[in-house]
Design a protein. Sequence first.
Length: 637
Amino acid sequence: MALQVKNFQEYKEAYQKSVENPALFWEEQANTFQWHRKWDKVLDWNFEEPNIKWFEGAKLNITENCIDRHLKDKANQTAIIWEPNDPNDETIRFTYQELHDEVCKTANMLKSLGIKKGDVICFYMPMVPQLAISVLACARIGAIHSVVFAGFSAKALADRINDASVKMVICTDGNNRGSKQIAVKKVVDEAIELGCPSVEKVLMLKHTHQEVNWNLNLDILWSQAIKEQPPVCPATVMDAEDVLFILYTSGSTGKPKGVVHTCAGYMVYTTFSFKNVFQYQEGDIYWCTADIGWITGHSYIIYGPLAAGATSIMFEGVPTYPDAGRFWEICDKYKVNQFYTAPTAIRALMAKGDAFVDKYNLDSLKVLGSVGEPINKEAWEWYDNKIGKNKCPIVDTWWQTETGGMMISNLAGVTPQKATFATLPLPGIQPCLVDTDGNEIEGNDVEGLLCIKHPWPSMLRTTYGDHERCKNTYFSVFKGKYFTGDGARRDKDGLYRIIGRVDDVINVSGHRLGTAEVENAINACDFVIESAVVGYPHEIKGQGIFAYVICNSNVDNDRLEPLVRDKVSKIIGPIAKPDKVLLVSGLPKTRSGKIMRRILRKIAEKEISNLGDISTLLNPEIVDEIIEKAGLKTVSS
Ligand code: WT7
C-alpha cells in the first residue's frame, strides 16, 4: 500500500526524500500499484515546451487499480454509497464486486455503441451513481471523459463538446435539486441544435422520469442499451501518458481551457494525497460533497478514494434540502469519518443558525476538509467548534483543476495546522514565491506569486488542442516554473496562506470564472456597448460578480439588471450571473485604452477612500460618476 506518513518527523523525512530524489520517491509509490508493465523511466521533463512524462513505458488501466485489485480482499466492502436528494428515497450501495460488475456492463454497453479507445465522451449528468460508473467505464476501455457540470448552459455545453470533437454525450432526462426538478436532456438537445457535428449518439439514463423529446437519429436509451451486457470486460491496457480525461476550466481569456490529465501519474498522486491528507484508515467512511463536474469530484470522490480502497459517499442533493441540517444528518446516518466540503457551503450553513447542527451528534467525524477558495477565520472557527467539536483536524487543501491533486495542505493530525493557512506542501511538491519580475523571494514572512518549481505526477500535460496556450498560461509567465495564478504569503514559520487569484479570474462559491468570459456574455445583449466585470467580497459566496455596463439606448438600471443576468445564465450558466449590475456611461480607461479594473474593484468593494492615482486616466471624470451611481459618496463630497 502507498506510503502514509504518521507523524511530523515522517513527513519531514518523506518531504526531504521527495525533493532530493523525486524519481526514487515516486517510483516507490508507483510500485504499490498494479501494472501490466513497469516504466522505463520515472520522469522526463522540461517546463519550456512544456513536456512532462511520468512513468514512461509503463502500461496499466486505472480501473484495475480502482476496482479489480480490491476484489481479492474487499469484494464485499462498500465502494460507493449513494445518498439521494430526497432523504426518504432509498440509499444505493455498491460493493467493490458490484461496482466491478456495473462498470464492466457499462463499458460493454459503450463498446456496443461503437466507442473505442481515444474517443471523447462528454458527460452532462447530475450526481447519479451511473455518473461515477460510466466515468470508470470510459476509463476501462480507454475512452476519454470530459465531464461538464450539469449547471452549465446549452451554449457552454456546445462549446465544450465542439472543442474536443465529442463522439457521444451521456445525460439523464432530468435532475433533482432540492424541491426542484431540472431538465437535463432538454439542455443537451439545445446544445446539439446549436451545432455539434461530431456527436453521433446521445445516451440518456432515465432518472426523474420527466418527459423528453426523442430524436430517433441520435438518442439511445440507457436501460435498453445496457440490457444483457455481460458483467465482465477486460480492461484496455493504456500507456502511462495516454489521456485519461479532459476537464474544462476558466482562465483570464474568454474561452475555457480543456485541462488534460493522463493515466499513471494522476492515479499515483491522487491516491497518495488522499491517503496522506485525510489519513484515511481501512473501514473509514469518507464523504466529499463536491460535484463530479469539478476536479474535486474526479480526484476525491472517484479516483483517489477508490484506488485507496475506501468507501466514498456520493450525494445527489443540496446542503439545504429538506433543511440546512442535511449534511449533518448524512454524517450521522453513515457515520462519516472524513468530511470534505467548500467554505461557501460552510458559510451558507453557518448563516442558517446552529439549531440545524445541534440536532446531530457528529461523533463519528475524525477529519474535516476545506477546498476551492480561501476559508475565512469565522467559517474556520465555526467548522472547528460546531462540526468538529474541537477534536477534528481541519485540512485546508489548496490545489487546482490543473494540479490534479491537493498540493499544499496540512496532513490531518500529522503536520501543524493553522486557521486560514493551507500550511505546508505535500511530499513531492516544491512551491515558491516570486515577485512580478520572476525573482524568487526567499526566506519567511514574505508575500508573492505562487509558483511550483518541479513537476509532480498529476500535473496537467497540456490544454486540449492548444499546447501553445498551456505553455503561455502556465509556463511562460515565469521561466522554468509553473505559475498558479494565485498570490500567497509564507509566514514566519514557513507556512503558506493562499491569498487568492492575481489574474482576471473570479472565484464564486468555489467556482472559477474568467472576467472576460462573463463580459463576452454580457456584451451579447444587443443594447450593450461595453462591459467590465470584477469580483468583490461576498459574505456567502466568497466573491460576488459586479458588472459595469454601458448601453446604447435608454434602458434604465432596473430593466438592465434582469436582462443581463438572464443573458449570462443562458450563455454560461446560473453560476455566472452577476450579483450587481450597474449602468454607467463610461469606464475608466488608460490612455492606451485599457480598462482600469483596480478602480472598478475598489468601487465594488466600497473602498473609495484611496483610489490611487487617477490622473493618468483618459477620462478621470467618469470615476466620480460611477461612484455616485454605485450609491457611494464621491471623494469630494
Ligand atoms: C483555484 C482553483 C481545488 C479544486 C477546486 C477548485 C482557489 C482552491 C483553495 C484553498 C484558497 C483555494 C485558488 C485556485 N483555491 N483551493 N484551499 N485556499 N484558495 O479548483 O476551479 O481549478 O480553482 O481555487 O485560487 O487557484 P479550480
